[in-house]
Design a protein around this ligand. Structure first.
Ligand SMILES: [Zn+2]
Length: 400
């Protein structure tokens, strides 16, 4: 089946121009000018994207879908629906489910159920330590995905962390690290994050292992990442939309929301290339759990609007740079054939309207959970539809 998407502003990490795409089944097979494929329109499905912007769908390497075991907060179906509504077609799920995902069998069980939904691509990370207890390493060699993580907890034992990095390097895996030193947590000063980042960059350099640092949030931690990169350490630096957008805000999340100076440092880190990727840390919680002090927020359905407003509109970062942070780097790390609007890539795409403003209404979320500090705030840009493997899997309802 052929599909023509015409009259779009096409944006990816390198491209920003008016044009059209020709799709065959699940793949992009050609790109051209705004009406390049008009001769094919009689035999193709035609989508006129006049006035709208077509981007590669987003990839989130840091999400919690709580399935199995905590499905009153989220499950694979509602998580996938929230992802699609946010413009995402691929997510990497953290291992802090019940039971903890610490074997390839548990990974396979989640990914088989996810595949049966036929909505998005779901990758389930294996934990770094058995039951995420920080005592014994899992079997890295059998992990079905490239990333392993004990996200939600730091690994306190220095020698075990070093051994984990050696194992990761030996098995071609990357550890995704939650940078929070329990000696200093709960962390208001930044020391919990900064002491852990200093340790892990030192150990990663010694083990010659690539390392993915989750949710870097302070200017000092970012500076350490910058220096480590200059010294040849293979570090992938993640920031979240909430740490970029919200300063001096008491909303409970780990790491906490920081100062305006820290936010500006992260934005500068994006400009300079110190920041590699944006992860949402989508962390659904029920109202009761949140009231009892559970940290985190749901991020998939607000990420694009928040990032477009804060980075592109307010800080003049290009939409191509945002596409690189949201789509290309994640696709590269997971080895996905998506992340560009070029022939040969999968037709995993999202159409966005950059002209409208949207007030965040958690009651409209597809997620089971509504915990967000963005409620009631207004941002520019919204998702109109999301396509996975050539098929539109989610479309915004028009309010009439
Ligand atoms: Zn974390």
């Amino acid at each position: 089946m052929l599909t023509v998407i015409k009259n779009a502003r096409l944006v990816d990490s390198e491209i920003d121009r008016q044009g059209s795409l020709l799709l065959q089944d699940e793949r992009i097979i050609a790109t051209g000018s705004i009406d390049a494929f008009s001769a094919l329109e009689a035999e193709a499905a035609v989508i006129d994207a006049q006035g709208q912007t077509l981007m590669p769908a987003f990839v989130d390497l840091h999400a919690h879908f709580r399935d199995p075991g905590l499905t009153y907060k989220e499950d694979l179906l509602t998580g996938a629906q929230a992802a699609l509504a946010g413009g995402y077609t691929a997510v990497n799920l953290m291992a802090n489910t019940k039971p903890v995902c610490d074997t390839s069998e548990k990974q396979a069980a989640v990914m088989q159920r996810a595949a049966a939904l036929d909505l998005i691509d779901i990758y389930q990370a294996q934990a770094i330590t058995v039951n995420m207890q920080g005592e014994e390493l899992t079997d890295f060699s059998s992990s079905l995905t490239p990333l392993l993580s004990d996200d939600g907890k730091g690994i306190a034992d220095d020698k075990l962390m070093y051994k984990a990095l050696e194992q990761a390097a030996a098995n071609g895996k990357i550890l995704q690290l939650h940078e929070e030193n329990p000696e200093f947590a709960p962390d208001i000063t930044g020391l919990a994050e900064e002491t852990m980042v200093a340790r892990d960059l030192t150990l990663a350099a010694a083990a010659k292992a690539p390392v993915y640092l989750c949710h870097i949030s302070t200017a000092k931690a970012l500076k350490m990442v910058e220096i480590a990169k200059q010294n040849g350490v293979q570090v992938i630096c993640e920031v979240t939309p909430h740490h970029l957008a919200l300063a001096d805000n008491p909303y409970k999340v780990h790491p906490p929301l920081r100062s305006a100076a820290d936010c500006q440092a992260l934005i500068e880190g994006i400009r300079k290339g110190t920041v590699d990727i944006i992860g949402t840390d989508h962390a659904p919680h029920s109202e009761a759990d949140k009231a009892a002090g559970a940290p985190g927020l749901v991020g998939l359905e607000t990420a694009f609007s928040v990032l477009y407003t804060v980075l592109v509109e307010e800080n003049k970062i290009s939409l191509s740079k945002l596409s690189q942070l949201l789509s290309l780097r994640g696709a590269e790390i997971l080895n996905l054939e998506q992340g560009r609007v070029l022939p040969g890539y999968k037709a995993n795409l999202t159409l966005v309207d950059l002209t409208v403003s949207r007030t965040i209404k958690p009651e409209k979320f597809h997620s089971k959970s509504h915990n967000t500090p963005f409620a009631g705030r207004t941002y520019r840009g919204e998702i109109l539809w999301t396509m996975h493997n050539g098929k539109i899997k989610w479309r915004k309802e028009t309010d009439k």
